[in-house]
Design a protein around this ligand. Structure first.
Ligand SMILES: [Zn+2]
Ligand SMILES: [Zn+2]
Length: 267
């Protein structure tokens, strides 16, 4: 970094300290020592103070080998959880980067509803790190965001999952020479039914609320394909399950789910 640039940065950081998006405190940014100790999560240090950053937790094993729910007991290997054994879903594997707790909830809320777009880069990076951790990218044919209804899209202005995915730099069409590897397909699914927000509903109501809410834009493109669906938060799995049901029913070979955050309390 040039000397002038460095001086400018130091002056800028001194005169304009950061304001934590979660707790609102002013902090000196970036906190490099803390950032480097937190791996990819440290990237959130651009927008969060040290105390809030410390509360962001990555999802770690032991977890459900299918739905990715982290178990309360921190001992033992991954295995299928009770819900996945009792009522098997449609997707093969769901994984999340971070635990959806108070701090992360607030950060995602700022990103989705308050246009805090400086969060897009760090959150996109965290999502990509989770993808690389759990998948061999050559085994995925299509990557697609869970869509919003056009009405919600107009209100918010962007699809949060797509904004994060766009930062991965995936091709949006397969080049003739390439036979494998993921292609980003933004409009693989569309939302055809406007649904009430899922937040106030219980598990059964969520599944009912989301039923038949999606449609496929191009059935041929998914035939015999392995698809990774991406969303911001996994709560009851109802949305992911409904999308997977539609894709598999139309000939997809396998559907996996990746979300930025995972709610841990039973929904
Ligand atoms: Zn804070
Ligand atoms: Zn499970």
């Amino acid at each position: 970094m040039g000397l002038l640039k460095r001086l400018y940065r130091i002056a800028h950081e001194t005169i304009f300290p950061g304001r934590c998006l979660v707790c609102g405190c002013f902090f000196k940014r970036p906190n490099r020592a803390l950032e480097s100790g937190r791996g990819v999560v440290g990237a959130l240090g651009v927008a969060l103070c040290a105390a809030c950053l410390k509360q962001i937790t990555q999802v770690e094993s032991p977890m459900c080998s299918i739905c990715g729910l982290p178990f309360a007991s921190r001992q033992g290997p991954d295995h299928a959880c009770e819900k996945c054994i009792r009522t098997p879903g449609f997707f093969s594997m769901a994984r999340s980067a971070l635990v959806y707790d108070r701090v992360l909830k607030r950060a995602i809320h700022c990103f989705k509803y308050r246009g805090q777009t400086e969060l897009a880069a760090p959150l996109g990076k965290i999502l990509l790190a989770a993808f690389q951790r759990y998948w061999d990218s050559q085994g995925i044919d299509l990557v697609a965001p869970v869509p919003l209804h056009p009405k919600r899209m107009r209100k918010r202005g962007f699809n949060q999952a797509y904004v994060l995915l766009r930062r991965w730099g995936l091709p949006t069409a397969r080049r003739p020479a390439e036979r494998c590897g993921p292609v980003l397909q933004r409009d693989l699914l569309i939302r055809i039914r406007y649904t009430a927000p899922q937040t106030t509903l219980n598990r059964r109501q969520r599944a009912e609320n989301i039923k038949d809410a999606f449609a496929l834009t191009d059935c041929d493109s998914i035939r015999d394909r392995t698809i990774l669906l991406v969303d911001d938060v996994y709560t009851s799995g109802a949305t992911a399950g409904e999308c997977a049901r539609l894709l598999l029913g139309n000939g997809a070979r396998r559907v996996d789910i990746l979300t930025l955050a995972r709610a841990v309390l039973p929904a």
